[in-house]
Design a protein around this ligand. Sequence first.
Ligand code: UD1
Ligand code: CA
Length: 478
Amino acid sequence: MSRTVIVLAAGKGKRMRSALPKVMHELLGRPLLGHVLTAAAPLDPAQTVVVVGHGSELVTEYLGSAFPGAVTALQEVQGGTGHAARTGLDALKDVKGTVVVLAGDTPLLRAETVSALVEAHEAAGAAATVLTAEVADPTGLGRILRAADGAVTGIVEERDASPEQRQIREINSGVLAFDADALREMLGKLTADNDQAEEYLTDVVGLLVAAGRPVGAHVAADATDTLGCNDREQLSDLRYLLRDRVNRAHMREGVTMIDPASAWIDVTVTLEPDVTIEPGVILRGSTSVAAGALVGPDTTLQNVSVGAGAKVIRAHAIDAEIGPRAQVGPFAYLRPETVLHERAKVGTFVETKKTSVGPGAKIPHLTYAGDATIGADANIGAATIFVNYDGVRKHHTTIGEAAFIGCNTNLIAPVEVGDGAYVAAGSTVEKFVPPGALAVERSQQRNIEGWVERKRQGTKSYDAAVKAKKANEASAPE
Ligand code: UD1
Ligand code: CA
């Protein structure tokens, strides 16, 4: 059967108190709207239309990049969910078969739940089937009305409901499946005769029942699927629920999580079996972690690939590659275009940017490396600064294979240190160092004997110096 998806996303979401349209608020790596469209995608719809209004430019731009198959229909005035559905339907041609209407603000909806609704609807040959849920607190939601025999007779909004109807705990999820012709016919008959003076999509159900058409309800297996988002508190509640779902799915696939409540993993992230996630980890975007790697504690990775067996500890990394068995941290910052090849190490208080660290090369401590290529097995001493910026332009530094950079070195780019070359500690290097050479750039050491005894009398240094001299004299050969 041909299927069409209509997503209602024109509302402002006043209660969010936000400049951003509600459906664009983010939940673990995807806007609310993206979650809904992802849940609907397995229906394999012939056409998908998103009804946009508030913030339509932003929503349209997002759809263009994330769901290019979807078209938009502009609802200029928000005249209610029924008016919105008609706006969506009118924007499409040749709509036949099943039309599934979803709200853009129910991001926990799972594909299997939408599919179960649509299959039940199509199997029953119904004119309309509403996805419902039994909830403990139905406040603010539409209630499902049923006859004594259990047949659905309509949906009533809370503000239009009688006190008895408000006792009903079976609610309208906002997801409904319709026969296209039945929907079109009844959308034309909607009135705004209700407390909000809006055209309610839910009234289509009552109109179909009155016309003697078959109408059904499908109760969601898990009521959390139907939760909507109307304010930031609900957004946070949904995020907790989604986090638990995501983390449990990873654990079922073989990931160890020491403290899943503190692991915030985007739905777009991939983790292989035998990955260990320590407490306090945030994984975002296209991040992937290969088998046996350890991430955390207290680590944020955004669009980072972590190779098998790597260890990434107390680190912050963006748009970077961490190779197999590489080590990062504790306390490291990898900025965009950092590439660590296998077994490379970026240690404590090290910042890298646009830098390739060769296989087995090490930057263990207190270093800034920017715009650099570091050869295999090179060793970068503590407090080395890659001086890449002259105030106007960035320049490149190349460090050869198995080169050794002594501590507290400045490498003034553009510069190259050859394969197997050494740079003495404390040097400022601005000229090519040939392979195998030792570069030394520092002044000779000068000792002024007896300076402390003359200039620092009465200090602890003076006492220590005098004591050491006496001991030396006592032990000196006759
Ligand atoms: C709606 C349902 C209610 C259900 C609840 C589930 C109606 C009349 N009520 O109520 O039965 O329990 O969802 O969450 O359908 N929208 C538009 N254009 C409009 C109005 C709304 O695009 O003119 C969009 C909104 O952006 C939103 C969705 O439709 O994504 C639902 O609208 P909302 O105002 O949140 O409806 P509820 O009052 O929550
Ligand atoms: Ca809502």
